[in-house]
Ligand binder design. Structure first.
Ligand SMILES: *[C@@H]1O[C@H](CO)[C@@H](O)[C@H](O)[C@H]1NC(C)=O
Ligand SMILES: *[C@@H]1O[C@H](CO)[C@@H](O)[C@H](O)[C@H]1NC(C)=O
Ligand SMILES: *[C@@H]1O[C@H](CO)[C@@H](O)[C@H](O)[C@H]1NC(C)=O
Ligand SMILES: *[C@@H]1O[C@H](CO)[C@@H](O)[C@H](O)[C@H]1NC(C)=O
Ligand SMILES: *[C@@H]1O[C@H](CO)[C@@H](O)[C@H](O)[C@H]1NC(C)=O
Ligand SMILES: *[C@@H]1O[C@H](CO)[C@@H](O)[C@H](O)[C@H]1NC(C)=O
Ligand SMILES: *[C@@H]1O[C@H](CO)[C@@H](O)[C@H](O)[C@H]1NC(C)=O
Ligand SMILES: *[C@@H]1O[C@H](CO)[C@@H](O)[C@H](O)[C@H]1NC(C)=O
Ligand SMILES: *[C@@H]1O[C@H](CO)[C@@H](O)[C@H](O)[C@H]1NC(C)=O
Length: 562
């Protein structure tokens, strides 16, 4: 997930009377037509645009333009469900083009709703303002961060047991602080810069209301499905417009209160609460399927034997990188690849067959470290994998996630990179031994981002909604832990009902569960609110590795720390 930005304090609170764009300020109609095929690859989808105010509280700021996409209901249309895939910063237009996402959403909404998504402000190349670019090219980005951990990741093993690793990291703190300050100024001075203050979740929520007003009318209830970073939009929406709440599902939950009121680095550390357990799921599945299905396994290996091989690989990559910082596969990059992989159990089998084998060869110096590993970060709902893209020519990755998260973030005057780096060491020792040193995460940029959004919503979070909403989570999610969904459901109050799926990966879409689909569809179609503490199993015939189901892995998860 990508997330950030910063600015105004008081405007948020001053805005209780604010509404979405009155219809006479923007377009009232969306004209649906063919989509731009360079962005939307599914030709059955329809597209359109809607003009909205750049700043809902300042009519003189000018107009924004939202690029919108629609998958028609397959059955008799009962309304619209707005969908955001997360990041924040992912393109709704490209994500809805993924067949598995479209099908999942149509299934989960009973096929009787049009699924509407869009590129939020700050995202993509059809919405205005679109993607936030701070560099002209990948080469400029590479030169700017040359020789820093931004490109290599952080080197450590054994929870930072070696004081040399601690010292090396802390020595980078002043360098990275200076770089991130410069980066913030570069972003501000880029063509995107003038838009940064208009990018953030509160404005995006008002955009949803504007779209809903145009599509279903100003009084219609607003239905919404948000995954991952899209859950923040959902939590903001139900509290900013409680009277407009229709059927709302947030799935793979980021705690909105922490998002809006705490340091992003704290939020990020809390997001890693279950990451090591999901990693244990991967190594357990590998051990259960054995050498034929998972090359990392030798005959008779248990999960901890596979773990030992992972740790040895990380150590070898670490030692090679410490000896020669320009080796292409550092242990830091391996950790990034691995965490991204944990998002999608559907990819574990091929990752262990190909990605693992390639990584071992690259670290041994027996294969070139080209882009072959980068594809393993490409899950359907993935974090910003800028690190991996450094070898892809001419791809200057957008800073959309950062712009959004930092736009929403609290003011962080006085927070230093050294404090944040000490936090990384604490997180590695206390929360996630495997992924505490994941770098870069957008969470660390906000302290040096020069802008905050003109409107920031800071609560309250437990308003009385017009309808009850669903808070859904996997029990083992590597980046939005169940604990976060539980806490969020408590914070949202009595109108939020928790639904858990007993499996792995990021958001319930990560594994198939007819139970979850039925629970969601009954709610979205009929308004049937699930029983408290509903727990859905993953489909019993679904195999993560050959012959190995989710239930098999759950029954064999090692209880010791990795
Ligand atoms: C917009 O972005 C897509 C990738 O998402 C790319 O294929 C396309 O060429 C871009 N279009 C323009 C006009 O830049
Ligand atoms: C979806 O509905 C629109 C009308 O809103 C229609 O123009 C379009 O042809 C439909 N698409 C498909 C694939 O049926
Ligand atoms: C959607 O539902 C159909 C019919 O039940 C099923 O075959 C398909 O696998 C489901 N797809 C997803 C992505 O849930
Ligand atoms: C990075 O720095 C090294 C050594 O200073 C230099 O050889 C290399 O060309 C630089 N790479 C880039 C992309 O600027
Ligand atoms: C990290 O710390 C935990 C808990 O002390 C320990 O079980 C684990 O082995 C450590 N990891 C490594 C790679 O040493
Ligand atoms: C990258 O490395 C892999 C594995 O060694 C190899 O199969 C592939 O052809 C290489 N790709 C390029 C673009 O060099
Ligand atoms: C990347 O940029 C360089 C320099 O601008 C250009 O020569 C090259 O053709 C570009 N490559 C691609 C794949 O666009
Ligand atoms: C991590 O654990 C140590 C020792 O238990 C404790 O002193 C420290 O405050 C903890 N840090 C965090 C961030 O929880
Ligand atoms: C909605 O309720 C009707 C009537 O009870 C039932 O037949 C239908 O299966 C329900 N739809 C869903 C998606 O649960």
């Amino acid at each position: 997930m990508v997330l950030y930005n910063r600015y105004t304090l008081s405007l948020l609170l001053a805005c209780t009377a604010c509404q979405a764009a009155p219809s006479h300020h923007g377009d009232t109609q969306i004209v649906w037509g063919a989509c731009d095929p360079s962005v939307v690859t599914d030709a059955s989808l329809s597209c359109g645009f809607l003009n909205v105010p750049l700043d809902y509280h300042n009519p003189f700021a000018g107009q924004a333009r939202l690029a919108i996409v629609k998958a028609n209901a397959t059955g008799e249309r009962q309304g619209s469900v707005f969908f955001n895939p997360g990041g924040p910063g992912l393109s709704g237009l490209s994500e809805l083009s993924a067949p598995v996402i479209k099908e999942f959403l149509l299934n989960a909404t009973g096929g009787v709703y049009d699924i509407i998504s869009w590129d939020p402000r700050g995202v993509g190349n059809l919405t205005v303002p679109g993607g936030i670019f701070c560099f002209d090219s990948a080469a400029e980005h590479a030169a700017f961060f040359n020789g820093t951990i931004e490109l290599t990741g952080i080197e450590e093993t054994g929870n930072f047991t070696d004081p040399a690793d601690v010292n090396a990291l802390l020595a980078q703190a002043p360098i990275m602080q200076k770089k991130y300050k410069e980066l913030g100024q570069k972003c501000l001075n880029s063509p995107s810069g003038k838009y940064l203050k208009y990018i953030g979740t509160a404005a995006t929520v008002r955009d949803i209301v504007s779209m809903a007003n145009a599509i279903d009318g100003p009084d219609a209830p607003i239905n919404y499905y948000g995954i991952s970073g899209g859950t923040i939009i959902g939590s903001y929406f139900v509290n900013m417009f409680p009277e407009r709440v229709g059927r709302v599902v947030i799935d793979g939950v980021v705690n909105p209160v922490t998002w809006a009121t705490q340091k992003p680095s704290i939020l990020w550390s809390q997001q890693l609460l279950s990451s090591d357990t999901v990693y244990k799921g991967l190594i357990t599945g590998c051990a259960l399927t054995g050498p034929a299905g998972c090359p990392a396994a030798s005959e008779g290996d248990g999960p901890l034997d596979i773990d030992a091989k992972f740790q040895a690989l990380l150590t070898a990559a670490h030692d090679a990188t410490v000896a020669n910082p320009s080796v292409l596969l550092s242990s830091g990059i391996l950790r990034v690849v691995l965490l991204n992989e944990l998002y999608g159990p559907a990819l574990w089998d091929s990752f262990m067959k190909e990605g693992w084998t390639q990584a071992v060869e690259i670290v041994k110096g027996e294969a070139p470290a080209n882009n072959s590993l980068a594809k393993w970060s490409e899950t359907s709902v993935r974090p910003n994998s800028r690190l991996l893209k450094r070898t892809i020519p001419n791809d200057s990755s957008p800073y959309s996630t950062h712009a959004i998260q930092c736009g929403d973030a609290i003011d962080l005057h006085g927070v230093t990179m050294e404090q944040q780096f000490k936090g990384i060491i604490d997180t590695t020792r206390n929360i996630s031994h495997m992924f505490g040193s994941y770098w870069p995460s957008q969470a660390y940029l906000c302290a040096f981002w020069p802008v905050r959004a003109v409107e920031r919503y800071k609560g309250p979070w437990n308003k009385k909604f017009a309808n009850q909403i669903i808070v859904a989570s996997n029990v083992y999610d590597p980046v939005t832990p169940l604990a976060s969904a539980e806490e969020t459901a408590r914070e949202l109050g009595e109108d939020a009902v928790l639904v858990r799926q007993n499996g792995f990966g990021h958001a319930t879409i990560a594994e198939p569960s007819a139970c979850t689909i039925n629970v969601l569809a009954a709610y979205v179609v009929n308004g049937t609110v699930p029983a408290k503490n509903t727990l859905c199993e993953v489909d019993a015939d679904y195999e993560i590795f050959s012959g190995v189901t989710t239930a098999d892995i759950l029954a064999h998860l090692p209880s010791v720390d990795v």
